[in-house]
Design a protein around this ligand. Structure first.
Ligand code: NDP
Ligand code: OXD
Length: 306
């Protein structure tokens, strides 16, 4: 029985080292080095080359190296019987919460504006307690962010697929309540998983339902955003700007209009980065569970796509 590490988008060394520390007896291959495909039952993956997994007849589990699994679920060639797991990690949630708070404070207090202005021109600012934040997605990360912002003193609104009851957060669920949720979101944070239902969800129709002058933060996936609609909505002043950490094409191409847009702030997909040392224990645990035919942790519902 062997483990295959597939990570053309991430350096595999730290993963292999952490796996060997955690489980010295584990037989590990790094794709595409020479290996016997029949031996592989467990894969740890980030942005695998499309279609490869159908060639592993004994593969049982694909573990995502991150919280998101769209890089796996979007491959139509992954057999239905293969279980997909994802990372759930306190550090990842803390990092995401700190990052979103930093983006919001930067926006509210004009911090990066002052850095780039290099002028002594103070401007007024809104108070935290008079600001409403809307969070799309109240899962592991969205709920963590919502609680952090609530504790800082913001008015927090959240939207999810199923009903949620989170102390101190105004929660909304389903498409039928999306408009009401959006009408409150002076700063909108997207923390949805990428699925066919949420692809292109950040579009003109949605932006028009936000309060005029809203700011949009996307820390989920680039494919949630219709880029041209964002530009139009900023031009028309329906939106005052956006902070974007994720893009349809990463790295964001140098010629992309977002780079030189004064109202769009770009970060290079660093909102919350998985630390292999922290999350390898949960992967090794699942490997043991798989070997003993026990239930796995953090399994993705294939039908829902997250
Ligand atoms: P979860 O699966 O824990 O949560 C997803 C949330 O989205 C749930 O609350 C779910 O609702 C809600 N949701 C899903 N589909 C819909 C829909 N159609 N309508 C309304 N709500 C919906 O995900 P995480 O919180 O762990 O992660 C979210 C995403 O963040 C990841 O998928 C990944 O893409 C991104 N990410 C980005 C990082 C970065 O550095 N920029 C780092 C890590 C993750 P319900 O609870 O009712 O099911
Ligand atoms: C993730 C990510 O999904 O890094 O973990 O985007």
């Amino acid at each position: 029985m062997s483990v295959l590490v597939v990570s053309p988008g991430r350096n595999p060394e730290a993963w292999v080292k952490a796996l060997k520390n955690e489980h010295p007896g584990m037989n590990i291959y790094v794709y595409p080095e020479d290996h016997d495909k029949e031996e592989v039952e467990y894969a740890i993956s980030w942005k695998h080359p499309r279609g490869i997994f159908k060639n592993y007849p004994n593969l049982k589990v694909i573990a995502s190296m991150g919280a998101g699994v769209d890089h796996i679920t979007s491959d139509p060639d992954i057999p239905e019987n293969i279980k997909i797991t994802r990372v759930v990690d306190e550090q990842l949630t803390e990092d995401m919460s700190a990052f979103v708070l930093a983006l919001i404070m930067d926006k509210m207090r004009n911090i990066s504006h002052y850095y780039s202005q290099k002028n002594w021109e103070p401007t007024s600012y809104r108070s935290i307690e008079n600001t409403k934040i809307g969070i799309m997605g109240l899962g592991v990360l969205g709920k963590g962010v919502a609680n952090t912002l609530k504790n800082v003193g913001f008015n927090v609104y959240g939207w999810s697929k199923s009903t949620k009851d989170i102390d101190g957060i105004h929660t909304f669920c389903g498409d039928e309540n999306l408009t009401e949720f959006l009408s409150n979101a002076e700063i909108l944070v997207c923390l949805l998983p990428l699925t066919p239902e949420t692809e292109n969800i950040l579009n003109k129709e949605l932006f028009e339902k936000l309060p005029k002058g809203a700011h949009v933060i996307n820390v989920a996936r680039g494919e949630h955003l219709v880029e041209q609609d964002l530009l139009e909505m900023i031009d028309s002043e329906q939106l005052c700007g956006a902070s974007l950490d994720v893009f349809r094409k990463e790295p964001l191409p140098q010629e992309h209009p977002f780079w030189n847009h004064s109202k769009i702030k770009i970060t290079p997909h660093i909102a919350s980065v998985t630390n292999p040392k922290k999350v390898v224990p949960q992967m090794a645990d699942n490997y043991e569970r798989m070997s003993q035919e026990q239930d796995l942790l953090n399994v993705v519902e294939r039908k829902k796509g997250y």
